[in-house]
Ligand binder design. Structure first.
Ligand code: CA
Ligand code: CA
Ligand code: CA
Length: 108
């Protein structure tokens, strides 16, 4: 069993050969059962984990156009933010700034 540290996520198991894939079940942390005889070695039971990245924050009405979030300039809600893959330009995520704080956040 693999215990994923706080702040990390598990990768998808069994995506390639056993020598290079993750074997931990993301729901339980358990690997497949393996039976070894004395002296035998199995170096294929692995666990892939990663720390998610986030991008985001604030969309505001830059009334003086200086590129600075001045105290008198308010946020804008309802702005669509699209995250694309830099190489393929494929859309990865879409979100809209909220009424509450005019912010967005995407977890990668
Ligand atoms: Ca495997
Ligand atoms: Ca493996
Ligand atoms: Ca400004």
């Amino acid at each position: 069993m693999f215990m994923t540290p706080a702040g990390y996520n598990e990768t998808t198991p069994n995506t390639t050969t056993d020598a290079n894939d993750s074997d931990a079940d993301p729901a339980t942390g358990n690997s497949p059962l393996t039976n070894l005889v004395s002296g035998e070695s199995d170096q294929t039971i692995d666990a892939g984990i990663y720390r998610p990245a986030t991008i985001g924050d604030y969309v505001w009405n830059d009334t003086d156009g200086d590129g600075v979030q001045d105290p008198t300039e308010t946020g804008l809600n309802g702005v669509t933010v699209i995250l694309k893959d830099a190489a393929t330009l494929a859309v990865l995520q879409t979100t809209v700034t909220t009424l509450v704080d005019q912010q967005y956040s995407m977890i990668l």
